[in-house]
Write a protein that binds this ligand. Sequence first.
Ligand code: PLP
Length: 448
Amino acid sequence: MEYGHPRGHVFYRKMARSYPCITRGEGIYLYDENGKRFIDGSGGAIVVNIGHGQKEVAQAAMEQMAQAGFVHGTQFTTRVMEEYAEALAGVLPQGIDKIYFLSGGSESVEAAVKMARQYQADSGEVERWRVASRWNSYHGNTLGALSLTGRTGSRKPYLPLLINFPHFPPPYCYRCSFGLTYPQCGLECAKALEKMIQMEGPETISAVILEPVGGATIGALVPPEGYLSKIQEICRRYGLLYIDDEVMAGMGRTGRWFAVEHWGVQPDIVVLGKGMSSGYFPLSAAATRAEVAERLKEKGGGFVHGHTYSHHPVACAVGLTVLRILQRNRLVERCRERGNYLMKKLEELRASSAIVGDVRGKGLMTAIEFVKDKKTKEPFPRSAKVTEKILDTAFEHGLVLYPGTGFVDGINGDMVMVGPPFVVEEKEIDEILQILKATLSKIEEKIS
Ligand code: PLP
């Protein structure tokens, strides 16, 4: 049976392809109804951290559904939510311990934007409402989150609907916006934030939002040493809140519970999603310091926000079980170790392939950038659809990767992210690399 547009009644995300129908998952593998095996080399969209098919998670969801499948967040609490919030506060960056549960990353980004705005207004800074973000960032696809997202292709069709939020350049050392080299550059990319704040008017800006390790738009972009602390310093100097978007990088993905821990910075609001539930249930959160929550209570009587599915007991049961599995099986440490192994293998791939320009990442959040010319770093023209070809060929060979395009100049730029579940074994990483190598050889033949 072929699944895809225009058969059936599903409005598929991609209408030009057909879809295998998955009937089972186990560890890093997915199996379709014909028995074909796929290696989930990117955990979907860098979501599945604990691996597929963990029955304990299903059991926890089922038990909670049998007890109380839904209560409204304005009317009741549940023991499972209280327990989960306490456990999560124990692993969140220090001082971040008031957690507002939601059901998707974009939703939580928007909650964070409103939280920052209300905090500023309740603190007497009534003009502060705009949030600064970076080009080549990803913060979601709902209109508020898309206004922050710095991905040209996703923004273009909806520009008239977007909010006027300012953007500044990312710390993309492989293609520095300022033509400089670290560390002689003096972190010009971080200083660009200060310049932007001054030009826009600091009194209009409530917060800055950043992915600590750049994700789906630019591919596992690790900031240079000193970059995030410089950003934090600028936020403090101009009275801005620092929103740390850990939807992709958080919950252990970079080998620490939260990626900001690598650089010792202290955000005011942390946004979580994806790995919180490892994809087993829609779950996300915007978490902040007690002082921020208290300010909202003092002045506005609380956070002027809410959704039907916020503070969902089944989502919390899933989240708590995923957290316990991560802790019990020491999966964050394991992610760090396996990540080191994966990066070593990716470096070998860079050395041996004519089209791998850069490999980067932390833990099991990694990416490969493809170029036409390794010396000049010239990207492939978008019309060559190199990312799509690599993705499709790898998929045919049973390897799932996560793609990204357009990050060089808004149109060109090709990369794939590699980010298997933390349960991946070294020999499975070897297999991923074997398929990648075979894929790249085929593509190099085709385009040479
Ligand atoms: N923020 C970041 C850093 C993300 O990577 C994503 C999704 O990829 C989002 C926000 C949006 O999350 P969602 O797709 O769950 O709305």
